[in-house]
Design a protein around this ligand. Sequence first.
Ligand code: GDP
Ligand code: IMO
Ligand code: MG
Length: 427
Amino acid sequence: MANTVILGAQWGDESKGGTTDFLAEGADIVARYQGGDNAGHTIVIGEDKFVFHLLPSGVLHPNTVNVIGNGVVINLETLFGEISDLEACGVEVGDRLKISSRAHLILPYHRIMESWDDLGSGLKLGTTARGIGPTYSDKMNRHAGIRVADLLDFELFQKKLDFNLAAKGYALDQIGGEIDRQALLEQYYTYSEQLAPYVADTPELLNDALRTGKRILFEGAQGTMLDVDFGTYPYVTSSNTTVGAVCTGLGVGPQAIHRVLGVSKAYVTRVGSGPFPTEMPPDLDEEIRGIGEEYGATTQRPRRCGWLDLVALRYAAQVNGFTGLALTKFDVLDHLDELRVCVAYRRRGEEVATYPPSLRVLEECEAVYEILPGWKQSTVDVRHYENLPENAKRYIAFVADFLNVPIALISVGKERTQTIVCNEDLL
Ligand code: GDP
Ligand code: IMO
Ligand code: MG
């Protein structure tokens, strides 16, 4: 049984959730390995729409086990909200959810500290304001981090909380962020009781599953260009979103990974600040945002839209070792007369062949485009590759050839069934 990583190839929102849900039909386990409730993963089944921030996107399949690994940062309010929303829809999570005792917790002061960081540096990163950066900072700093296991040992939790409230007291005072210690302790005592049944030795569970030939899907959050090392730093998130995080965020060896499926839109979107060489002119940006319903699943912010950037995508394919590509939201381009794809960058009259690590260099880069003819035909009802319009096939072939990565899957609508499997062996 192949174990497949499903991860974002761009700046997030590539439909990792939809892709994971589609593949989860044949999976035993779906595991999240990084990020937190900054993620918003949408799944549409018939008329029903689900958005998951923390729960893995396999949870709608009644026979899957869903793992939240040590690499994830957990906001318990979000988690329990999601579980009860699902239960209200008749989906029981119960013992199908397993949470790592090593995962770190996002506490209310982390969210407040995020605006303190913004103030201090003057850098407006345009984060999701979920406290992700401060939580990962505390994890790496070691003195301040609070893990799931610490919450279950409530005396230790109380000690760690007091250390944090004292250490962060000045900053919290300055920005007027008040934490009611007693109320927080009461709330977290309740959470600790609610959380206990879900906590498991997840590396043991996953490695057992590997030994017995179960199929695991590894579901990424955010996207390659938001990776803290490989993305457009500092306009990135605070975790590694690339393939290495599967091992560090779950406790499995690299042999556990058989396929790496990069998920990319047929164009590009980006939420938040940062350079974006293929950003569309305002009219087209608005048009694509309207058709693609490009508003953040977590913050509802309008997403910036751009042409497909093959320079960035080739870089993502390389960094992650993509064995296949899922090209999503293909239908959003159905109406266009012609399409641009960025095949190189140009800076000060010279071609830049690889993705620049320097933000300053990147800001000076202009996109060099290849123009391809549109197909001007609806693809929303197409279910087989052969039935796609010729110019659509041409666009797909151009992308695959440029990247030297085969196309595994195409989505032509948000509904679960609006998916074209191009090559089952790549999934
Ligand atoms: P994720 O964060 O990568 O899981 O992606 P999001 O859920 O944040 O964003 C993807 C959005 O595109 C969601 O609103 C999906 O319902 C929608 N979507 C997914 N696939 C398609 C598709 O093929 N066509 C269209 N039009 N919308 C899609
Ligand atoms: P999914 O999993 C799109 C972006 C934010 C901001 C930057 C840092 O749904 O694809 P953070 O709150 O993580 O410190 O914000 O990263 N960002 C996302 N953009 N999709 C996401 O998740 C994102 N998670 C974070 O907009 O630019
Ligand atoms: Mg999203």
